[in-house]
Design a protein around this ligand. Sequence first.
Ligand code: AMP
Ligand code: MG
Length: 292
Amino acid sequence: MTKHKDAIDLDAVPLSDRLRLPLGPVSMAGLDPSATPGYPGDGKDDAERYTEDLGPRLSDLQEMLYASGRSVPERAPRILVVLQGMDTSGKGGVIRHAIGLVDPQGVELTAFKAPTAEERRHHYLWRIRNALPSPGKIGIFDRSHYEDVLVVRVDSLVPEDVWSKRYDEINEFEAGLVADGYRLIKCMLNVSFDEQRKRLAERLADPSKYWKYNPGDVDARLKWPAYMEAYEAALEKCNTEAAPWYVIPSDRKWYRNWAVAELLREALSGMGLAWPGAEFDVATEQQRVAGS
Ligand code: AMP
Ligand code: MG
């Protein structure tokens, strides 16, 4: 296939269509973590350029998102990017390299850790609701309410009859957000078992990366099959029309970062955003400014 033809094919299929998880049963074994679907370039060497080229467009779109909702804040559109994935899958890398392309003033980032004592006194969605993005902003969740059906399920932090009811509850919660004007982009960063070992070993080989290493990550790694089962359930049960899942092959960091930036660009482009008109007479104001 010539390069030219390739480019035409790619234009026809949005990345969101390629990465959207099909409805129905999910098998993690059937999802290739090293694939690079829809990538427009040749590979690693031009990835930085392709990703950075998205920056100006992303910034413009975010500014438009903000401006478009200023007059009716309660109906202002908002974006929520949910990042889930095993340790080392690159949630932090995506935030630095893809989300980092957007003006920081337009972004609201929340990282969810094990719940604090206060959070544990509330419903598990309480801290999630509190962290929802403001009108016109792009919210980023580094982990999310999905931990409440992932680590919580794998480690039996609550009984099965409690966590098993959460899938429907999450679907209802997310459908409510969408009805309120949120656009959800749920990304599962799919890293392979072997690549995770490599990345953990790298952290241990470099004193400047020790801080990223958490001995607990190996404990989670040793439960890999249980985690994959929990991911399969979450991806299958919570893959709705209103809030679909995207599975991002994440063994190649350059692809992963580009893909999330491009998904964000497509989502913003598809929102029908426009610059709001002036709420004053432009000609009059031009004269006033010129004469001032
Ligand atoms: P990290 O993202 O590497 O800083 O780690 C955050 C830790 O918080 C992970 O081990 C998660 O499994 C844990 N965590 C996040 N949300 C929850 C939750 N709802 N219940 C229990 N542990 C959680
Ligand atoms: Mg970690």
